[in-house]
Design a protein around this ligand. Structure first.
Ligand code: NAP
Length: 251
């Protein structure tokens, strides 16, 4: 299914949705920069899978919450692989707890990785795209940005912030021919949701009209669509990939 060439950077691609996206983009002909922060082995596995399927890939360690680290990441990717054509801002964490008991540290870390991390990589990555007047950017938010969720005030705030950040950036970058969109996944089977008990999983799954959890590949295909020429007239959009879980919630 080779469809495009150019370099794509996927943040948080050592596992889960990021890995599935990196592999999908490799299959579509991108050379893929696989970012991670701690799981070097996971990142290497992602690279190996992409290379085995016939595309180019390299791993890059960087903490997206660092402003300078994100600048160095973009520089290193472009130096090693060439100009960025696509950017997937996927890296994210949870530090759940009820608001009344949420520590300042848990609030700050989630905002730093999930929201400031998107700002950091978007800022440095889009500078290079602006010079070339071309590029496609997708940020990964969550449906809980639209619906809220008990125990996730920090996470919901960070993911809602991503939507505002993307909409502002989409307006600013449109005159450079760059699109910026959001994918908002629902309940996806990854390490992030792996810690939930069977009972919680059953309850959440029962609330999904399509009757199953999503797979990382379900999300990866939506991201790949928004990066593709087929989506060239779509910008500032929020695409929910949630099996209908948030039908009725406003974007
Ligand atoms: P995951 O399996 O926990 O993977 C998270 C990825 O983010 C890992 O590759 C991790 O790298 C990376 N990461 C974490 N902190 C980072 C940092 N400071 N700098 C760079 N990379 C960092 O998560 P997932 O479920 O695939 O989620 C991916 C995205 O989708 C997240 O933004 C998440 O909020 C969002 N999302 C997930 C769901 C869901 O149900 N799973 C639903 C809605 C939205 P290391 O492995 O090196 O630590």
């Amino acid at each position: 299914m080779m469809q495009s060439s150019g370099v794509a950077l996927v943040t948080g691609a050592s596992r889960g949705i990021g890995r599935a996206t990196a592999c999908e983009l490799g299959r579509r002909g991108y050379a893929v920069a696989v970012n991670y922060v701690g799981d070097e082995q996971g990142a290497s596995e992602t690279v190996e899978r992409i290379v085995a399927e016939g595309s180019r890939a390299m791993a890059f360690r960087a903490d997206v919450s660092s402003h300078d680290g994100a600048r160095d990441l973009v520089e290193a990717v472009e130096k090693a692989m060439g100009p960025l054509e696509a950017l997937v801002l996927n890296a994210g964490i949870t530090r759940d707890g009820l608001l009344a008991r949420m520590s300042e540290e848990d609030w700050d870390r989630v905002i730093d990785v999930n929201l400031k991390g998107v700002y950091n990589v978007l800022k440095w990555g889009s500078r290079s795209m602006m010079r070339r007047k071309s590029g496609r950017i997708v940020a990964v938010s969550s449906v809980v940005a639209l619906t809220g969720n008990v125990g996730q005030a920090n996470y919901c705030a960070s993911k809602a912030g991503v939507i505002g950040l993307v909409r502002a950036s989409a307006r600013e970058l449109s005159r450079y021919g760059i699109t910026v969109n959001v994918v908002a996944p629902g309940f996806i089977d990854t390490d992030m949701t792996g810690a939930l008990t069977g009972e919680v999983r059953d309850r959440l799954t029962a609330a999904i009209p399509l009757g199953r959890m999503g797979t990382p590949e379900d999300v990866a295909k939506a991201i790949a669509f928004l990066l593709s020429p087929d989506a060239s007239y779509i910008t500032g959009e929020v695409l929910r990939v949630d099996g209908g879980m948030s039908i009725g919630a406003h974007t």
